[in-house]
Design a protein around this ligand. Structure first.
Ligand SMILES: [Zn+2]
Length: 285
């Protein structure tokens, strides 16, 4: 079924040709816009793919048979653009694959991105920060949690990025889940440690609406909603990642807060509904 997103404002048959052009060197732009009160949230799709369940941990044979009989799960990679009060805030940058074409399709130039909020510093989230060794967002302030910065600061792949953006980085300590202390107007940062030591989720709120950008709290959202104990080999601390996932799933389902995630299949957002006994079901937008 065709997702509800805006495919470069083209209809479906044209999308197919846009994707064909992609393989010939022209990028496809795939974005999806939602409103959170006065905030405009746009998913910027970097890629869509299936994952293989051999990367998943704590996944019982019975659950595999039920939830992933063909051995795969639906996934993807998204960054998000948050626009309010005339400001452009990017949450993660993906690998930088489609990012700049997606931003251009929204008339946002890299130099007009005011702020970049990082959820964590894995390459599929910070890859768009450098191109050919050069800074891609010369006028952006980059926010990263203190613990995340500490963990990666001497890593050979991350250090060049931190060095290039040295004067643009703000380190901060995310709040407890559910706190309402703004990091930026309408955006709170909450601790979701485990996937990486400083993994951070971002809570958007405006008027009576809200949404939580859950970052990499899920990689296989349908499976991990049903069985939040399922972790992934990419988790630095799988046990802590499970704890964070359960706490946040409980919070968003109790408060009916929609979610958007970096590895949630396009359009990257939906609702987590409790089905009892610590299980949830993910309803995509
Ligand atoms: Zn990731």
């Amino acid at each position: 079924m065709m997702p509800k997103g805006t495919f470069s404002k083209l209809c479906y048959p044209l999308l197919v040709s846009a994707l064909l052009y992609h393989s010939a060197g022209m990028a496809a732009t795939i974005t999806h816009e939602t409103k959170v009160g006065d905030i405009t949230l746009t998913a910027l799709s970097e890629s869509q793919s299936d994952g293989k369940i051999d990367k998943l941990l704590n996944f019982s044979d019975a659950d595999k048979a039920k939830l992933a009989p063909d051995g795969t799960y639906k996934a993807g990679l998204n960054a998000f653009l948050v626009q309010s009060n005339g400001k452009n805030v990017l949450v993660d940058t993906g690998f930088g694959t489609n990012l700049f074409d997606n931003l251009a399709s929204l008339n946002v130039k890299p130099e007009n991105v005011d702020t970049i909020l990082l959820t964590h510093m894995h390459p599929d989230h910070i890859g768009g920060l450098l191109k050919d060794g050069k800074v891609t967002f010369p006028d952006s302030r980059i926010y990263v949690s203190q613990k995340e910065y500490e963990y990666w600061k001497d890593n050979e792949k991350v250090k060049p990025i931190l060095d290039a953006y040295r004067d643009q980085i703000t380190r901060f300590v995310p709040e407890e889940i559910g706190s309402n202390k703004d990091l930026l107007p309408g955006i709170d940062a909450w601790q979701a440690y485990g996937h990486t030591p400083g993994h951070t989720v971002y809570f958007l709120h405006s008027k009576n609406s809200s949404l939580l950008i859950i970052a990499d709290l899920t990689h296989a959202v349908y499976i991990q909603a049903a069985v939040p104990d399922v972790a992934i080999t990419y988790d630095v601390d799988p046990q802590m990642a499970v704890k964070s996932r359960k706490a946040i799933f409980d919070y968003v389902s109790a408060h009916k807060i929609p979610v958007a995630g970096m590895h949630v299949p396009f359009p990257g957002s939906g609702k987590l509904l409790s089905t009892g006994n610590g299980s949830f079901s993910f309803q995509p937008d």
